[in-house]
Design a protein around this ligand. Structure first.
Ligand code: ATP
Ligand code: MN
Length: 532
């Protein structure tokens, strides 16, 4: 086993184990983590404790001289002073120094060697080490030997809290990103996804600086032409599910970059939602959750260690992380050509957006900046009102620059490479949540197939009077009546009322961006009844 000396980083622990193999990390986890277990499928079951999702309100970005003017400060990038950051960093190191044993993962972010970052993760839990071993790009023995100094260091002291009395801290959780020193400090949360999205945040800063667009999207590619297709969308809209597509090669499920050479994945693994997972609906993902994968916060039978994916008693956000090569048709290295298609996924719980529409360049900008999806509010009986979420670039929480920077890069690349843009609703049909139902996965898959085959680019469209979208009228494998939402609602008046309501939410949200875009983009959004 290879050990590493971290004294240069003021970490004095003697036993620091570097890039341990999954089998040995399993042994560490079973021995040292009180509730770790091995599922009957072979995946390692681990628990993240109190936090079972990210803590966006506790994310901080260090306010520093060189990057200060680059950052889009506000609710997403909340500044902390360098002084406070030093306190948190020291606290993380102090905690790590109390451990008898630590783990280091040295690995890459970004499959294109021209742009990749060398990432070092320092953590105390075998679960976190295995997670990042899975999610980052694993170096070869040779690359590891010549790794040298990392570009980014993540100090994960998540088991230990931040001090709430530190100036600028509002809770015992703090996730701090230091863009200049290229470091990240985690205190007070053991949710592993913070590390992965921390790396993404770094990429979202450094890549656009070099004219490369970083994107919250999945990607696949055509096995013959090598042309890619990118699927943007907020959490739960279907990026991971729809990228596990047996007809295409998988490039990645969540974070990609678009450079002048094409599209490359940032990660070496996938992180799938596991709620209600079945081998019938999602065979590729189901079979990937085997030895070497990590299953987070799932409930399992204590007798035979069979996982119950329907059990959400710990969290709705159960997850499985697996190396990308566990998907049979993954393309290694995860790099492909320029996208033929860009698909914006939205889970419209209002049930008024069409299952598939073609976007004009101006509409593409409008919807990219809006970044709409909806959530189902509350779990109380009778409360079925959907809640609209708008998150710029379909990935607001991870942006560092103003959304306009990413939007400009996207517009430029779409134009240059003649990429078709589509809006696909993976949400409700036949009425809003509570009345209608979620569109069947097999229909969404048929839509995605028809986009990729080129059939939808030739299909006839009709303009939606409220959203102005060019709604596709025929799609192989999808009943035509589903393609126009209005015809799936029992009460047309109810449909128009709901559509107008969503339209006005779009319009309200867009106001804050209106002054920064062209008149054409401003006009590309929905209209409310009063303005028709
Ligand atoms: P995250 O950014 O959190 O990783 P994601 O965009 O990758 O989110 P998925 O993990 O793909 O989201 O989640 C989509 C969920 O919705 C899955 O559980 C999938 O089974 C379910 N689903 C149901 N119907 C559909 C549909 N028509 N299209 C896509 N997904 C669907
Ligand atoms: Mn995903």
């Amino acid at each position: 086993m290879s050990k590493i000396d971290l004294k240069g980083l003021d970490i004095d622990v003697e036993d620091v184990r570097r890039n341990m193999a999954p089998s040995t990390l399993y042994e560490e986890a079973i021995r040292d983590e009180e509730d770790a277990a091995i599922a009957d499928s072979g995946a390692l079951i681990a628990y993240s404790g109190e936090k079972t999702g990210r803590s966006p309100k506790d994310k901080r970005v260090v306010e520093a001289e060189q990057s200060k003017d680059d950052v889009w400060w506000g609710a997403i990038n909340i500044p902390i002073e360098d002084y406070t950051y030093r306190i948190n960093l020291e606290r993380a190191k102090d905690y790590l120094n109390t451990r008898k044993k630590l783990y280091v993962i040295d690995a890459f972010a970004g499959w294109d060697p021209k742009y990749r970052l060398k990432i070092r993760v320092i953590c105390s839990r075998p679960y976190h080490a295995l997670f990042m071993h899975t999610m980052l790009i694993r170096p070869t023995a040779e690359e590891l030997k010549n790794f040298g100094e990392p570009d980014v260091v993540i100090y994960n002291a998540g088991r230990f809290p931040a001090n709430r009395h530190t100036p600028g801290m509002t809770s015992k959780t703090s996730v701090d990103v230091n863009l200049e020193d290229r470091e990240m400090v985690i205190l007070g949360t053991e949710y592993a996804g913070e590390m992965k999205k921390g790396v993404f945040t770094m990429m979202n800063y450094y890549m656009p600086k070099q004219g490369v667009l970083s994107m919250h999207c999945s990607a696949t590619c055509d096995p013959d032409s090598n042309q890619s297709s990118i699927l943007f969308g907020l959490s739960g809209t279907g990026k991971t599910t729809l990228s596990a597509d047996p007809k295409r090669l998988l490039i990645g499920d969540d974070e990609h970059c678009w450079s002048d050479d094409g599209v490359f994945n940032i990660e070496g693994g996938c992180y799938a939602k596991a709620i209600d997972l079945t081998p019938d609906n999602e065979p590729e993902i189901f079979q990937a959750l085997r030895f070497g994968a990590v299953l987070e916060n799932v409930v399992y039978n204590k007798e035979d260690h069979h996982v119950d994916f329907t059990d959400t008693s710990i969290t709705q956000n159960t997850r499985g992380a697996y190396p990308i090569e566990f998907i049979r048709n993954a393309k290694i290295p995860c790099i492909a050509g320029h996208p033929s298609d860009a698909i914006f996924l939205t889970c419209d719980a209002f049930g008024v957006l069409p299952p598939v529409s073609r976007l004009t360049p101006a509409q593409a900008m409008y919807h990219f900046i809006s970044g709409y999806t909806a959530k189902i509010a509350g779990t109380e009986v009778g409360v079925t009102e959907p809640q609209a979420t708008f998150s710029p670039c379909f990935g607001g929480p991870f942006l560092v620059w103003h959304p306009g920077k990413y939007a400009e890069l996207l517009a430029d690349k779409l134009r240059k490479h003649n990429t078709n843009v589509w809006l696909v609703n993976t949400g409700w049909t036949g009425g809003a949540h509570g009345v209608g139902s979620r569109i069947k996965l097999k229909y969404t898959r048929a839509i995605i197939d028809a986009i990729h085959s080129g059939e939808l680019a030739r299909a006839s469209t009709a303009v939606d009077p409220v959203f102005g979208l060019h709604v596709v009228q025929e799609c192989p494998g999808v009943p035509s009546e589903l393609l126009n939402p209005k015809s799936t609602w029992q009460d047309p008046a109810q449909y128009f009322a709901t559509a107008s309501k969503l339209a006005s939410l779009f319009i309200d949200n867009f106001q804050k961006y209106a002054s920064g875009v062209s008149e054409e983009v401003r006009q590309a959004g929905p209209v409310t009844e009063t303005s028709v």
